[in-house]
Design a protein around this ligand. Sequence first.
Ligand code: VGL
Ligand code: ZN
Length: 194
Amino acid sequence: MTKVSLGEHDALLVVDIQNDFLPGGSLAVAGSDAVIPVLNACIARFSAQGLPVHACRDWHPPDHCSFIENGGPWPPHCIAGTHGAEFSTSLALPPETPVMSKGSLRDREAYSAFDGTELAALLRKEQVGRIFIGGLTTDYCVLNSVKDASRLGFSIFVLLDATRAVDLHPGDGKAALEAMKGHGAIFLESGEIA
Ligand code: VGL
Ligand code: ZN
C-alpha cells in the first residue's frame, strides 16, 4: 500500500452525492450509499488540514435533454430544487463548501464538474495542483471531471472506495477507470491518504 501525504496544493472534489443517485432515488446507483462515510472521512481530513473541499451537483431543468422522454438515456433525475437533487443529509460538507451546479441548460448535457462552472478558476485561485476526487458516478461525472481536470493541467487522484458506477451498460465502470488511467489519473483507496 502506497501512502499519499496531503500537501498545501491539494483539494478534494465531492461529486454528486444527491438523493436521486442514492438508494430510493430515481437513478439509484448500486452501493452508492457506501461512499458517504468514506467521503465524510476524507472531508474531515482535508478540512482538518485547512485544504479546500469543493462539491458539485447535477442540477437539471424538468425537461432536460438527458431524460428518456426527451430522447436521452436517463430517467428524470436531479431536477433543480427538488428533494432528489438535494445532497444527502448524511454527507458532512463544511457549510462554506463551494457548490458547482452542472447540466442546468435544457439542451446541453454536462457531466463534468468543470463544464460551465467556476471550478477551474476557483482551484487556480486556491493554487491547487492536485485534485482528489470521489463521488457519483464513476462512468459519467467522475470520468468526465477527471478528463477535464487532466486537460486543465491538474494532477488527479481517484478515490476508488469513494466512487460507484451506474453501469448503464455492463462494464462501463471498468472502462471508465481505464479511460481515466489514459488521462494520467492515479488511483488510491481513501485509507492510503497519509
Ligand atoms: C450523472 C448520470 C446522469 C453523473 C449525471 O453525475 O454521473 N450520471 N446524470
Ligand atoms: Zn444528470
